[in-house]
Design a protein around this ligand. Structure first.
Ligand code: FES
Ligand SMILES: [Fe+2]
Length: 348
């Protein structure tokens, strides 16, 4: 069961072009393309005739032509041409989805189109803000989306999974942690004061002594995690807001369910130092990518293990507090959506 009345990231801007792109989102096959004037469009990826995926077809002007018998669909998903036939049945149409391009991503609304307000798109401006260097990327993950959310809300795993890049034991043993929850949001704040910097921070921040390090994780449903992370030389007053002579980064994550056991993982890393230097952006990105591939190995192994015995009990520990709060929010929103859907059906 997925939350539907949300904007999800469907693709990076460069993935959507004049060649149709097929992608499964929340279990629904969808085809993406751009019109001649560059507007992104999303259709159900299933021809109304004999259900060939339309992503196998091609664009003829602004019409999408099915590969099998050449039916052509306009931007509204309506069939406007059947070769060799004048009459077009009114049922010859495919579902369309609201899409918006923002922050180098193409967003799709999977719920009731009447509720699709672009103002509800989660803010990821760091990906195209000139005050930041940034590089976005995509990973396909053979794991349920909530395993990725859990991972990002509990950063104690950095000490074990990422000990060669962004982790060290100070994160687990010397951290002051606070979990705050509001109606629709969880923030986990972790401060590590006067401790050695992890390997990546030494490389890109050139720290020579101990640092004060922060990790502020902001979770917004269904699966948006914006991490404010960084460090300053110890004692400069970073906990009071004086972030000087250090490094600050945003680790940006948007996870879109593909199926119950697979996910599209859109992420990016932004940095506030040396922002106009593409080499620095690349160096930061590669360090984080190394860490993320280590995470993907963890999620996929977890998913395999869970599928072997789905009902096996799990034990919770203190570090799970953020993840547990996020799951409670999702469970409540899911119940709300189902109740809303049921009341619409009852009224019909
Ligand atoms: S299946 Fe698409 S035109 Fe026949
Ligand atoms: Fe990780």
């Amino acid at each position: 069961m997925f939350l539907r009345n949300y904007w999800y990231v469907a693709a990076t801007d460069s993935e959507v072009g004049r060649k149709p792109l097929g992608r499964l989102i929340l279990g629904e096959p969808i085809v993406f393309f751009r019109t001649e004037d560059g507007k992104p469009v999303a259709f159900e990826d299933r021809c109304a005739h004999r259900h060939l995926p339309l992503s196998m077809g091609k664009l003829v002007g602004d019409r999408l032509q099915c590969h099998y018998h050449g039916l052509q669909y306009d931007q509204a998903g309506k069939c406007v041409r059947i070769p060799g036939q004048d009459q077009i049945p009114p049922t010859a149409r495919v579902k369309t989805y609201p899409v918006v391009e923002r922050y180098h991503w193409v967003w799709i609304w999977m719920g009731d189109p009447a509720l699709a307000d672009p103002a509800k798109i989660t803010d990821f401006h760091w990906l195209d803000d000139p005050n930041w260097g940034a590089k976005p990327s995509y990973l396909h993950v053979d794991a349920n989306w909530q395993l990725v959310v859990d991972n990002l809300l509990d950063l104690t795993h950095l000490a074990f999974v990422h000990e060669t890049t962004i982790g060290n034991m100070a994160l687990v043993e010397h951290a002051a942690v606070k979990v705050q929850r509001t109606h629709d949001n969880v923030v986990v704040t972790r401060w590590i004061i006067d401790q050695p910097a992890p390997p990546t921070f030494v490389k890109v921040g050139k720290f020579t002594g101990n640092v004060d390090r922060w990790q502020i994780i902001d979770y917004t449903p269904p699966a948006f995690l914006r991490l404010d992370v960084g460090a300053t030389p110890t004692g400069t007053g970073a906990p009071e807001g004086r972030r000087i002579n250090g490094i600050g980064m945003r680790n940006l994550n948007a996870i879109t369910p593909e199926t119950e056991t697979t996910s599209h993982y859109f992420w990016g890393q932004a940095h506030d130092f040396d922002v106009k230097n593409p080499e620095m952006t690349e160096r930061v990105f590669q360090q984080i990518k190394t860490a993320f591939l280590e995470d993907v190995a963890v999620f996929t192994a977890q998913q395999r293990s869970i599928l072997q015995r789905p009902d096996a009990p799990q034990v919770d520990i203190n570090a799970d507090a953020g993840g547990i709060q996020a799951r409670r929010i999702v469970d409540r929103l899911r119940r709300d959506e189902q109740a809303g859907a049921a009341s619409v059906v009852a009224a019909e």
